[in-house]
Design a protein around this ligand. Sequence first.
Ligand SMILES: [Zn+2]
Length: 131
Amino acid sequence: MARREFAGKTRKAALLRSGKRCEAVGAWYGLPTGERCANDLARGVEYDHIILDANSKDNRLENCAAVCIPCHRHKTAKHDTPTAAKTVAQSLMGMKTRIKVKIPSAPKPEKPAPKGHACPRRSLYIVRTSP
Ligand SMILES: [Zn+2]
């Protein structure tokens, strides 16, 4: 069962659109209806065909969801239904982020930002407020 994969630029665009947060929405991925997973994709990302490739042969960005691994696993374990796929596609369309499909050919390597450990602002000199 060979499935066609998304092109590299499609994956990148999907990841960009996701804001590095899982794009999985609703029951299809084992979530409450209409709710987005929004897991941090830094821990791993899968590119999911919103509408199954077998049915649609659609490898466009509109059919590509950047999802976290647990969501992808859930979806591949259960079987997709076209109606659920439509819901996911619609919620992605409704996202405010405009998608720029044009991706620079040489993206600078991203280093993961340390989460929640920003250094406090420090002044160069210690100002003593002695009496
Ligand atoms: Zn997820």
